[in-house]
Ligand binder design. Structure first.
Ligand code: G3P
Ligand code: MG
Length: 229
């Protein structure tokens, strides 16, 4: 019996919708995605918003740093489907009471956002989500701060490299697992990104990893169905 591997949409459903857009998140939830991965930054007035880059240039009709705008100012810029950049509050509303896992990535590896950990954890505690959030970050310091603020949540380190002595590392740092680009044969919860080809997905399903983070969740769902039915 294969262990059930959850499928997470990487920035929502970027093969069909603008990345990190409410339309992509909404469609994915309506079509039974297992989980959603998305990226969080803070505006100038400390509102958590969902966007990948530190600047809005690549994904909106505006330019400049996310953090140089207040939330009200930022909302004037549009994604390619004419939606504004979503706030964390909006995705929490969308996912409330739904059978969907959220993987919230703190984008703190390039920029420091004062108190982002405290602000985000408070919002999560006050939300009506069905499942515990999986927090991740490339920045271990962020995860450490989160762990001090609320040790009851799950924190996973994102890394592109192999983690030596992964089991010991995870235990000692109080992490709940690793989010990896390369599979490691270790007894540690792990989710892999970005998995868009069927051969890689098949071997990861067979290895029984906890999750795949993909740009094309519908293709991965079909494969999951074939393997698990
Ligand atoms: O969480 C997996 C993945 O999203 C990490 O890389 O740059 O796509 O946020 P990135
Ligand atoms: Mg991400």
């Amino acid at each position: 019996m294969l262990k059930h591997t959850l499928i997470f949409g990487h920035r929502g459903y970027p093969q069909k919708f603008p990345e990190n857009s409410l339309a992509g998140f909404r469609y994915s939830i309506q079509h039974q995605i297992d989980g959603l991965e998305f990226d969080v930054h803070l505006t100038k007035d400390s509102v958590p918003v969902i966007i990948h880059d530190e600047t809005i240039d690549r994904t909106t009709d505006g330019s400049g740093e996310v953090n140089s705008y207040t939330f009200a100012e930022l909302r004037q810029f549009k994604l390619r489907n004419a939606e504004p950049i979503p706030s964390l509050a909006e995705i929490l509303n969308l996912a409330a009471y739904q059978a969907v896992h959220l993987n919230l990535e703190f984008k703190t590896d390039k920029k420091h956002y004062a108190h982002i950990e405290k602000i985000v954890l408070k919002m999560i505690r006050e939300s009506d989500l069905k499942f515990p959030v999986i927090f991740s970050s490339f920045n271990l310091e962020t995860l450490k701060i989160c762990h001090q603020l609320d040790p009851s949540q799950q924190y996973c380190w994102l890394t592109e490299r192999q983690v030596p002595d992964a089991e010991k590392f995870v235990k000692e740092t109080g992490l709940a697992g690793l989010h990896l680009q390369h599979y490691q044969q270790v007894n540690v919860p792990q989710r892999l990104w970005t998995i868009d080809d069927e051969n890689s997905a098949r071997s990861l399903f067979e290895a029984g990893v906890d999750g795949l983070i993909t740009d094309n969740f519908e293709q991965m769902k079909l494969l999951q169905k074939q393997l698990f039915s």
